[in-house]
Design a protein around this ligand. Structure first.
Ligand SMILES: *[C@@H]1O[C@H](CO)[C@@H](O)[C@H](O)[C@H]1NC(C)=O
Ligand SMILES: *[C@@H]1O[C@H](CO)[C@@H](O)[C@H](O)[C@H]1NC(C)=O
Ligand SMILES: *[C@@H]1O[C@H](CO)[C@@H](O)[C@H](O)[C@H]1NC(C)=O
Ligand SMILES: *[C@@H]1O[C@H](CO)[C@@H](O)[C@H](O)[C@H]1NC(C)=O
Length: 894
């Protein structure tokens, strides 16, 4: 016993490289009384970043926990921000200090929309779980849960003066809710597909909805409350007949009781230029501008004129028409009809202009400022934020790009990472750029354009870096000048892997063109500048039968390990390039491998999800471990140890002990597949990159890990997760449902036996293999009632075997609680007598039947002179015996 080896915990230290995550919207915020339109809030995985767009700097981080941010909404006074998360939680942060002390938990899945009311006293949230919840911000409590939608809620808006709420959803409906009575009094059914966005315009007399087509539908809202209260007969000549209600309920233009509050009729539509669905639809703070875009890079802007403005315009038009009529009357001498000018929707909502962004738009927010200036912030689909400014009062406004946030992240996924030898700089390279970061400040030191990079390393001395690209090139960059020194055509296929030679004088590259090439570093005189610069000289080539996925020198420089597409890893002598060993065993290609510092162990990670640890002396597999729930993408030993890290497509990073074959810890945080990681030469830091666009820095602490505790915690987390997801408890909620109806029945003293049978039916439906698990998650408060039910089932002889199985399991796991509960005494007693007698009964029946069958068998056999089952079973026994003997023989030989 005793502590033989101490493992130290690694913890998350920072998230960087992400400018804006796609899941949540972008929103203008005000910060410390700063100028309007200078700060935007965007999600960065589980955090919210507040960017100063003018300076391009991150000024505040609203720290999240585990789940991704899905919606951001600032309060009307600009002091707070409500943030919704993937798991349904909503937290309110103060923008003064970035802290949170209010959280609302009511949704079961991602929050899809959050809106404050005009005073900032209430909050409405909509979710993927289809519920709408109204919260009291002041008292920090939930007010009502509004159920009715059948799909994700896409927008929810409070009305200013009335206690009403309007919501829309992917289920194609727009619903009006009366918050006094908390019920939906009106459903608009005019959309044939999802409603993706909605805005209230013109003092809430106009509703605009965006759907899956290019039509923005406009609706006339008329508030009738006051009228009907005062003079009930004023209803456009129609009486409120009761029979109307049912008939017209589903129709758009119904004139039923519901219309006592308001009527909402389709008034027309505006056509967007985009053909696809509305991705987001926003208005500015004054509801004067509507901004809308589809899944492309064009933002369409519309101006909304007020009723007075429309009226003015109409009068003008009428005058003009009259003049024209008078003129034509003069000319022809004929009496013309009185001219009529009809008010059209396009006189009210006018196309302003389009803004073309530099990539597909994901979210938009706009802000109207003094002097008719409109500020627009766009979160683009390539990890970029752009802001524009335009003067809405100009005849032909032009939008000027005012800022662009691109520096702090890559446009595409980072596929390779490297640490400098002094542990201070981190390199990350993606499909088009390579960046070097200061590890302590996480500021970008250099950004350079490159080809699609797959692998990288710092040249010893940390002054240059080398990338291997998808097109088979080696690109050498100088960090001081931030320039590309040279591009070498190294291979004819993707250059998957690079490794520095232990003597630090050469590198080796492996490629999909089935070759491994050796390169020496050299200094040559540059033709143009006349100065010396680094280059690489090709020295040797190792030709292979298959694509090369990974290459690695052993630290003693004796061997070179090469992973091939045929699932094997071949080991060669570095000096002669002679074949030494083949590591055979993975079922899918080895995507990553590493050799321990003492050149004794080689660890391989494969697309088959396993990690294997091999001795490098004989190539024997020491252990195969199931490592990740998806491909193992990256593997590296912690320098000077036999511990190593793996990264998986299952979003996890894990640490392992290659001597004891132990899983030490799991680093969770990434929300998508992890592509790669890099460990600093001193082992204190780890950096990882993922498809979620984030780079994460992890650091080693002094805290020791106790493996048993770690496993225990993991089990708990797993269980909680499955509880949250509802994997197992679907069954238990069905149980509960059954019990509740049963209770109800008891209370109302209904004689119907149905509900009690319902519980039995539910139990019967549970798959036999899952029965115990389902019972395990059932909370104890249900057990007494369940025991009572069991007792009655057994008494009635219903499914005695199944019930006994459940009963014995429950008794076993809840033994302590049951035996200490006086109230259960009578039930248990009853169960004991009932169960014993029933089981005895069944056993007797079984015994009788069995005896009867044996009797019949004997009868037939004696009659027909044949042997039935006895014969066959006997022969089988003999065969088995023979086989067993043979097996033993083999064993002794082996
Ligand atoms: C936009 O289109 C792409 C591909 O056509 C799709 O993968 C993506 O999910 C779409 N985005 C949205 C927000 O609909
Ligand atoms: C992505 O973002 C960059 C920088 O903002 C931009 O130059 C580029 O054109 C964008 N679009 C695509 C499709 O990569
Ligand atoms: C946009 O830029 C043009 C020319 O640089 C300038 O004249 C105009 O005032 C700018 N517009 C805004 C809204 O800043
Ligand atoms: C990183 O930033 C720190 C603090 O500003 C500075 O002292 C250090 O020199 C920087 N390191 C690099 C590699 O630029």
């Amino acid at each position: 016993m005793g502590l033989t080896k101490q493992y130290l915990r690694y913890v998350a230290s920072a998230v960087f490289g992400v400018i804006g995550s796609q899941k949540a919207n972008i929103s203008y915020v005000t910060l410390r009384g700063g100028e309007r339109g200078r700060y935007v809030a965007v999600a960065a995985c589980e955090h919210v970043f507040i960017w100063d767009v003018r300076k391009g700097e991150k000024v505040l981080i609203l720290q999240g926990q585990k789940h991704e941010v899905t919606f951001i909404c600032p309060s009307p006074d600009g002091v707070h921000v409500a943030v919704g998360y993937e798991d349904g939680a909503v937290r309110i942060f103060s923008l003064l200090n970035g802290e949170t002390n209010v959280s609302f938990n009511g949704h079961k899945s991602a929050v899809s929309i959050i809106q404050y009311d005009a005073l900032g006293a209430r909050l409405v949230t909509g979710s993927k779980d289809t519920d709408v919840i109204v919260w009291d911000v002041i008292n920090e409590s939930g007010l009502y849960r509004l159920k009715g939608h059948k799909d994700v809620v896409t927008q929810a808006l409070f009305l200013k003066d009335k206690n009403l709420l309007v919501t829309c959803s992917k289920d194609s409906f727009v619903k009006w809710w009366d918050l006094d009575t908390q019920h939906c009094f009106k459903t608009l059914v005019g959309h044939r597909s999802e409603v993706w966005g909605m805005a209230l315009l013109n003092r809430e007399n106009r509703l605009l909805t965006g759907s899956a087509d290019s039509e923005l539908r406009a609706w006339d809202i008329r508030y009738l409350e006051q009228v009907t209260e005062g003079e009930p007969k004023v209803k456009k000549g129609k009486t409120l007949l009761d029979e109307d209600e049912d008939e017209d309920k589903q129709e758009e233009e119904d004139e039923s009781l519901e219309d006592r509050i308001l009527s909402c009729k389709k008034a027309g539509s505006i056509l967007r230029e985009a053909r696809d669905r509305v991705v987001s639809l926003r208005t500015d703070t004054k509801n004067r501008i509507v901004a809308c875009h589809g899944n492309d890079s064009v933002l369409e802007l519309f101006t909304v004129l007020s009723e007075e403005e429309v009226q003015k315009k109409m009068t003008k038009k009428l005058k003009k028409a009259k003049k024209k009529a008078a003129k034509s009357q003069e000319e022809t001498g004929e009496e013309a009809a009185e001219p009529v000018v009809e008010k059209m929707l396009k006189d009210e909502i006018i196309r302003l202009m389009n803004i073309k962004a530099s990539a597909k738009i994901r979210w938009v927010d706009c802000l109207s400022c003094a002097g008719g200036e409109l500020k627009v912030a766009l979160l683009l689909q390539n990890n970029t934020v752009e802001t524009y400014s335009l003067k809405t009062l100009d005849k032909t406004p032009t939008a000027n790009k005012t800022a662009r946030l691109t520096l702090g992240g890559h446009r595409t996924d980072v596929r390779t990472l490297a640490f400098s030898s002094d542990n201070l700089a981190v390199l990350s390279a993606s499909g088009d750029t390579v960046k070097v970061w200061n590890r302590s400040t996480l500021q970008v030191i250099r950004t350079m354009a490159c080809e699609y990079a797959l692998c990288s390393l710092f040249v010893p001395g940390d002054r240059q870096i080398i990338l291997g690209t998808k097109s088979g090139k080696l690109q050498i960059f100088e960090l001081a000048s931030g320039s590309l020194l040279e591009t070498v055509d190294a291979h004819d296929g993707a250059l998957w892997s690079l490794c520095l030679a232990p003597d630090q004088r050469a590198i080796v590259s492996g490629s999909a063109d089935k070759t491994v090439k050796f390169w020496d570093f050299e200094l040559i005189k540059d033709k143009e500048s006349g100065q010396k610069r680094l280059t690489v000289k090709h020295t040797r080539t190792l030709q292979l039968e298959e694509d090369v996925l990974c290459v690695k020198f052993s630290p003693d420089h004796r061997l070179l390990a090469v992973s091939l597409l045929d699932c094997t890893v071949k080991v060669f002598y570095t000096d002669t390039l002679k074949f030494f060993l083949s590591l055979y065993g993975h079922k899918l290609p080895v995507l990553c491998l590493d050799i321990s510092h003492d050149s004794t162990l080689i660890a391989t990670g494969s697309a088959d999800r396993n990690v294997k640890i091999w001795g490098l002396d004989f190539g024997d597999c020491h252990r195969s471990m199931f490592a990740h729930d998806d491909s193992v993408m990256f593997l590296q030993f912690v320098p000077k140890t036999h511990l190593f890290f793996t990264a998986g497509k299952d979003r996890k990073i894990k640490q392992w002990d290659a001597d004891k074959f132990e899983h030490i810890q799991t680093l969770e945080g990434h929300h998508r597949e992890v592509w790669c990681l890099a460990i600093s030469p001193n082992g204190d830091h780890l950096v990882s990159s993922s498809h979620d666009k984030s780079l994460r820095l992890w650091e080693r602490t002094r805290e020791p890990i106790i493996l048993e505790e770690e496993r225990e915690m993991e089990r708990e987390a797993e269980f909680e997760e499955s509880m949250a997801k509802g994997d197992v408890p679907v069954v238990s909620s069905a149980f509960r449902f059954g019990l509740q109806t049963f209770q109800l029945n008891v209370v109302t003293e209904s004689p119907s036996p149905q509900p009690s049978r319902y519980v039995l039916d539910v139990i019967k439906k549970v798959r036999s293999s899952e029965l115990e698990v389902s019972l395990l998650v059932l909370p104890f408060p249900y057990i007494p009632e369940l025991l009572q039910l069991f007792s009655s089932y057994i008494q009635q002889g219903l499914e005695v075997e199944l019930v006994c199985r459940c009963l014995f399991f429950l008794l076993k796991i809840h033994f302590g609680q049951i035996s200490s509960n006086q109230m259960l005494l009578s039930v248990i007693d009853e169960l004991r007598t009932n169960t014993l007698s029933k089981v005895r009964e069944i056993r007797d029946v079984m015994g009788f039947n069995s005896a009867a069958l044996q009797f019949l068998q004997r009868e037939i056999e004696s009659k027909e002179d044949v042997m039935f089952f006895a014969d066959a079973t006997g022969k089988l026994e003999e065969k088995k015996k023979k086989r067993r003997k043979r097996e033993r023989a083999i064993l002794t030989i082996a």
